[in-house]
Design a protein around this ligand. Structure first.
Ligand code: DX5
Length: 236
């Protein structure tokens, strides 16, 4: 069930497991699913494209039996085309590659789609939207990075709002209503509403979910309230 709706579009919360406690990853994912997470994002980093090393397909495969939520793999890696098959085999239902990491972007997007997996392209903060001009019609998702890749807990880059609005306008201009407009980095219950009003429909949130002082369930309920759909209390 989407975390909210706005302008007739479902809004999806995709907690990023990068911020989870890896000593109890399965339990944290199940708690987030029970609290209403729609997807989970696996932030894959190779220490080359992104200045950090996270985890690979093994962790995605370990989570597959633990949750019924869609597993969305964000490949912040060089040569992602070499690993698509492994992430598909691990159970990824969504794979996003960085336009900056790929020479033959059309080929890689179709390599993902030919495996029956939904394909996304991510743009770093300094990468212009025009990079998507020739490929946007082939995509299932566009990811606008609102921080520079590498770490959780960073501040939302304020200029991203205008880029999100221009991305929404691009998708609407092309009649691409079904394409998910995802944002990632520094997203919290405090800014999610304005980001949704700018046109985003999927919110990757790591620290604001898994490192919330009052826990995962409260964190997700705050998102739901910020997006205007507070959970009904049992006695309402
Ligand atoms: C950066 C990662 C982070 C993460 C979200 O490479 O992609 O943006 O998923 O982190 P928070 O929500 O903690 O900013």
């Amino acid at each position: 069930m989407p975390i909210g709706t706005l302008n007739g579009r479902d809004l999806l919360l995709a907690p990023s497991i990068l911020a989870a406690d890896f000593a109890q990853l399965g339990a944290q994912v199940q708690a987030a699913e029970a609290a209403g997470a729609d997807w989970f994002q696996a932030d894959i980093m190779d220490g080359h494209f992104a200045p950090n090393i996270s985890f690979g397909p093994l962790v995605v495969a370990a989570l597959k039996p633990v949750t019924s939520c869609l597993l969305d793999c964000h490949l912040m890696i060089s040569n992602p085309e070499l690993y698509i098959d492994e992430f598909v085999a691990a159970g990824a239902q969504h794979i996003t590659v960085h336009a900056e990491a790929v020479v033959h972007l059309h080929r890689v997007v179709h390599q993902i789609k030919e495996q029956g997996v939904r394909a996304g392209v991510a743009l770093n903060p300094a990468t212009p939207l025009s990079v998507l001009d020739e490929i946007v019609a082939d995509l299932d998702l566009v990811l606008i990075m609102t921080v520079n890749p590498g770490f959780g807990g960073q501040q939302f880059i304020a200029s991203s709002l205008d880029k999100i609005r221009r991305t929404r306008a691009m998708l609407d201009r092309h009649g691409l209503e079904e394409v998910v407009l995802q944002v990632d980095g520094g997203i919290s219950a405090r800014n999610v509403r304005v980001v949704a009003e700018a046109g985003a429909t999927c919110f990757v949130a790591g620290s604001s979910v898994f490192k919330h002082q009052q826990g995962i369930a409260v964190a997700i309920e705050e998102f739901r309230q910020a997006l205007g759909t507070p959970q009904r209390a049992d006695n309402e």
